[in-house]
Design a protein around this ligand. Structure first.
Ligand SMILES: C[S@@+](CC[C@H](N)C(=O)[O-])C[C@H]1O[C@@H](n2cnc3c(N)ncnc32)[C@H](O)[C@@H]1O
Length: 332
């Protein structure tokens, strides 16, 4: 990818509002491994003026004109010896590192050693495997090309593929603990496919899902998605009140994405969707959507969700409760 394409890809993965997901102090020391053009590091430095951000990369392609609280070390190999000080970083970030790393266990160990106690490592990856909902890509040249590309990357000891399960297991073996928050790369890809399928004149749908940047969480017990979404007033029926149908659309969309995360190879459809509107949701303010899988029985997926907002007096309150039944379609 050229530099501009990388920047566009970065915007579509992280979103301009959701630069840093890891909790961090305002004066955080942040390290970006394989920073590429440096756009993420510069944006974080601008957004958090008290923070200090360093990007490292093999290629010296970062801008000279950078914020004072941002610096770049390039050319520098993050698989070579680090002389950046242990216990040094509040957040270490890596975005699109797959295809660049010969030993993930060593890199994760090194990252672990250089985080201050309680610090965070966050990694954002894309699953590039070409897929299509109806499976029609399977015998195409694109599919074949991707297989060869994968083989070539493996032969160069830097696999391009990414597996959430394998990553979590390596992270756990290297001593990481607590909430292992994983970014929904597959969800973002899914949403992107959906966006491409939309008729460009359908401004309402585009406007609705353009705010949708889900954060995927899972543990042995639960599959869940969280997203902060702004519902714009121009899509609402009443002034100052988010349209109930829009909230239902977004929750239904998130339920479907949550099912896709559980099993990408099967399609799930809505069989039942119930919403209780407890209090009005204001448009033009970030609103928290949270959906999770409550129970799976054969092809049936029982799900639940909430829409929450911040009330000045009460703090975080639930404005909408949702329950859904999704069904995995039978495979022929
Ligand atoms: C796919 S790009 C991602 C760039 C950036 N993180 C982004 O999301 O736009 C991967 C970057 O990692 C850099 N890279 C690959 N191997 C590296 C290494 N061993 N040490 C430092 N940088 C490396 C490449 O030069 C490239 O800029």
């Amino acid at each position: 990818m050229d530099e501009r394409t990388t920047d566009i890809a970065e915007e579509s993965i992280c979103g301009r509002d959701g630069l840093l997901y890891a909790p961090h102090p305002s004066n955080a020391r942040v390290l970006d491994l394989g920073c590429g053009t440096g756009i993420w590091a510069v944006d974080v430095a601008n957004k958090y003026p008290e923070a200090f951000v360093i990007g490292v990369d093999l290629a010296e392609i970062q801008p000279f004109n950078r914020p004072q609280n941002c610096d770049f070390y390039a050319p520098r190999d993050f698989e070579d010896r680090w002389a950046l000080g242990e216990d040094h970083w509040d957040v270490i970030h890596m975005q699109m590192g797959c295809g660049s790393v010969s030993s993930w266990p060593s890199l994760y160990r090194r990252v672990f050693m250089h985080l201050r106690p309680g610090g965070w490592f966050e990694q954002v990856e894309i699953d590039f495997t070409p897929r299509c909902e109806d499976g029609s890509l399977v015998h195409t040249s694109m599919h074949k090309w991707y297989q060869w590309f994968q083989e070539a990357m493996e032969m160069s000891w830097r696999p391009i593929g990414h597996s959430v399960k394998a990553t979590v297991s390596i992270l756990e073996n290297q001593g990481y603990s607590g909430d292992l928050v994983r970014f929904g790369a597959s969800v973002n890809a899914l949403t992107t496919i959906l966006k491409e399928d939309i008729n460009p004149r359908d401004a309402m749908t585009i406007s609705l899902i353009s705010e949708y940047k889900p954060l995927f969480q899972s543990s042995d017990k639960e599959w869940a998605l969280k997203a902060e979404i702004i519902i714009h007033q121009h899509l609402c029926y009443h002034e100052g009140k988010a349209h109930g149908g829009i909230l239902a659309f977004l929750l239904d969309h998130m339920f479907a994405d949550c099912c896709a995360l559980m099993d990408r190879n099967r399609r799930a459809v809505t069989a039942d969707l119930k919403l209780s509107y407890i209090r009005p949701v204001s448009p033009n303010l970030p609103t928290s959507f949270h959906v999770w899988v409550a129970k799976v029985e054969g092809r049936k997926i029982q799900m639940a969700g909430t829409v929450s907002l911040i009330d000045r007096e009460l703090g975080e309150v639930v404005a909408v409760k949702a329950e859904a039944l999704f069904i995995f379609l039978a495979t022929s």
